[in-house]
Design a protein around this ligand. Sequence first.
Ligand code: MF3
Ligand code: CO
Length: 273
Amino acid sequence: MFRDRGIEIKTPAQVDRMRAAGLVVGRTLELLRTTARAGITTGELDQIAEDAIRSSGAVPSFLGYSTPPYPATICASVNDEVVHGIPGGRVLAEGDILSVDCGAIVDGWHGDAAVTMPIGEITDEARELMRVTEEALWQGIAAARLGGRVGDISRAVESYVDSQGPFGIVEDYTGHGIGTAMHEPPDVPNRGRPRRGPRLVQGLALAVEPMVVLGSQENVVRDDEWTVVTRDGSLAAHFEHTFTLTERGAWVLTALDGGEERLTAMGVPFGGR
Ligand code: MF3
Ligand code: CO
């Protein structure tokens, strides 16, 4: 069912199918986290992800997406690559940080999530960038309440990142609604004003995805027409989850535990089933 502004509202049974898609994505990212190491190529990780998704009875959602058609199952963005890095022959090296974004479809319903992972020993500043970006994602989810607004999420992400130091937040790309399509209204910006924007209601599903950099948020798209890199070459991190709000609280559909541990630690009601 679609409401005003094209926002798709899911029934509980439909949310359960999104949970199935979310678990495929969450498990695939977990597999890649244990597989990624110095010496492996991003193309090999892509093949592992495609096999994992298909053997779960799901379909990769990125493959063939948009124009020019996205050519792979995952996005693999290394170091100064912010998002949409195309997997291939690049060999990961000790000290790299790798952002993997992954999407899958189960019975027509989408899940979408991303995680930045260290390759071996990384610098303290890279580790801090990753910590701040992941925590900003959870702060955004934790700020979402029934009756609230999308801007509450945006402001929580923004406030957390800004409170942690002189980080850049990439504003050219945003989170999004998700359901029968990967990208649906509304946009979920990583900066914004509280109590503004579409209302947060039961049956809404959103992908929140802060992209945070050590330098300037200015970025360019490479000649491959996909890979987004920082203009100043500074490191970037990207974390993303798909979540929904039930009558009881937030349910993180792409987290293996539904977000229960992290939300509970933050004092936020867990709404999963
Ligand atoms: N998953 C990305 C997002 O979070 C989109 C990937 S673009 C694609 O919105 F072409 F790779 F699919
Ligand atoms: Co997304």
